[in-house]
Design a protein around this ligand. Structure first.
Ligand code: FMN
Length: 222
């Protein structure tokens, strides 16, 4: 079976660091059928909060690209989502898209808990999340990772969530794949000590490797 991978790039900067890592992951996904979509190219309206989807079984907003994206999502075996961390979280437009997935499941309210039932019988999918951030440590990305994990577990019965790629200390587009000389130039421009170039270059190479391996993992059948 040919594994279908849908890669959603949630960055506003084509050629930005999360975009580069997405391409690296897709490079690792050799043999799979891959499709990459830039969220910024989609027209997705925000959920109105009407909750009519709970009764109707579909979203009442029809004049945008949500159904197009949802169908791509449903027919894929693996999902890659990449995004920059904004205020420790995912970018707003990615949250807007995730909210719209509320229409893909029914929620029953009981005194004890909410019971979620997907309208689509999705047993399993693999998910790879790729986040880039300016902070030198991963912890700034925790709320973003949590949001993405929740999304995976609400859209799929038994999601397989691959260890996320969290790439730190990034600001300029192309920084993650810059050679040392270019990196020195970039660091000087944004007032980072050029003494850090060697160390950061090695770290960036590791992130690229992690993305490649992550792509490999989501392209496997088991
Ligand atoms: C609006 C905004 C908010 C940001 N918030 C954070 C943050 O909370 N923590 C952090 O480490 N970096 C933050 N950053 C930095 C970006 O996450 C970082 O530069 C990222 O690598 C950009 O990804 P891109 O190259 O794919 O656009 C923020 C950047 C912007 C524009």
């Amino acid at each position: 079976m040919n594994i279908k991978i849908l890669a959603l790039t949630g960055t506003r900067r084509k050629g930005g660091n999360s975009d580069i890592l997405t391409d690296k992951a897709l490079e690792g996904a050799e043999g799979a059928i891959v499709e990459k979509i830039y969220l910024k190219d989609l027209h997705i309206k925000p959920c109105k909060g009407c909750l009519r989807c709970n009764l109707l079984g579909y979203c009442s907003i029809k004049d945008d690209d949500f159904n197009y994206f949802r169908d791509k999502f449903l027919e894929s075996n693996s999902i890659i989502i990449s995004a920059p961390v904004y205020y420790h979280y995912i970018p707003g437009e990615l949250k807007v898209l995730m909210d719209r997935f509320r229409s893909t499941f029914h929620v029953a309210m009981t005194p004890e808990k909410l019971i979620y039932t997907s309208r689509y019988d999705i047993e399993t999918k693999k998910f790879l999340f790729i986040l880039t951030l300016g902070h030198p440590k991963e912890h700034d990305a925790i709320p973003a990772i949590e949001a993405l994990n929740i999304f995976a577990s609400m859209t799929c019965k038994n999601p397989v969530i691959i260890k996320p790629v969290i790439a730190t200390f990034l600001a300029m587009p192309g920084q993650i794949k810059a050679c040392k000389e270019k990196l020195r130039h970039m660091f000087t421009k944004i007032n980072i000590s050029p003494d850090l170039v060697d160390e950061k270059y090695e770290e960036y190479q590791e992130f690229l490797k992690d993305a490649y391996n992550g792509g490999k993992m989501v392209s496997r059948e088991s």
